[in-house]
Design a protein around this ligand. Sequence first.
Ligand code: KG4
Ligand code: ZN
Length: 330
Amino acid sequence: MIILAVETSCDETSVSVVKNGKEVLSNIVLSQIEIHQAFGGVVPEIASRNHIANMTLVFEEALQKAQIKIAEIDLVAVTEGPGLIGALLVGINAATAFAFAHNKPLIGINHLAGHIYSANLEHQLKFPLLALLVSGGHTELVYMKEHFNFQVLGSTLDDAVGEAYDKVSRMLGLAYPGGPIIDKLAKTGKDVYNLPRAYLDKDDYKFSFSGLKSAVNNLIYHAGRKGETLNKNDLAASFQEAVIDVLIFKLQHAIEEFDVKQVIIAGGVAANTRLRERVFAEIKNQEIIIPSIQYCTDNAAMIGAAAYYAYKNHGGLKNYQLGGKSTLSL
Ligand code: KG4
Ligand code: ZN
């Protein structure tokens, strides 16, 4: 089954062709990061406009690179939410127009499901599984007993992990997105600033990162007042260790409570080198899958992978009346 997938929920315009939920025939990702960097974050209206400007190009390149004929495409999939509504609508309109013009079925896919299914591109999902989804907009721990059966065990009460990375980067006067920058700085820093770990109730799976963010802010503010200079590398390392301590603690707890065959860590923050290193070092006797970096950050291949199973599971396809759902949950 050949699926053409479109993803435009945030600032990446992406089109991919995926065979049988696994084999990536093409995955074109055009990132707008450089455009948004000047504003210190994604500007929704600018994101929508750039999706419009780039969509045809990305679409054509994905089809060309996959070396398939349009007639071979069995299904068109598109992210229907969650995400920036204007950005989502560009992808939905492009996918709908293509599906309609070529008389193909169309299916809407949840972006978060896409992140989880990104793990299926290089590995095979095994159920039951636990998925830790850490991105710029979401932090969720999910239990899946079978395909397309999502039980959200807990999510963040305030900031998403990636959002905290981005905000701390900004506080340090560094660029957007902050994740890769802090990741790099932390490599030569030490965890010396003793930042708080918000374990909350140790028996549940809720997360909170706003307190940690405020602690970094206070540290910077008080150092400034006292005329002290903070070591950015140490601060990056201290922030990062505090984040990862909590993520691993909650994940370990869930692994103890649920007997699972596999643990998946996905989403943009799963690209973090220290998280990857610590997870494999500290979580023993458990199959852990973290997709390669290209599939951790937003891409349409993951939407194509999820669509294959959504189609198999639900069968019933949506008509061409797909709308964007900015706050769609799993
Ligand atoms: O999944 P994603 O591409 O988009 C959303 O769906 O949000 O995630 C983007 C987030 C950003 O907050 C970015 O700072 C973070 O992922 N990120 C990282 C790293 N690479 C990207 N965070 C920590 N370490 C990284 N290496
Ligand atoms: Zn994402």
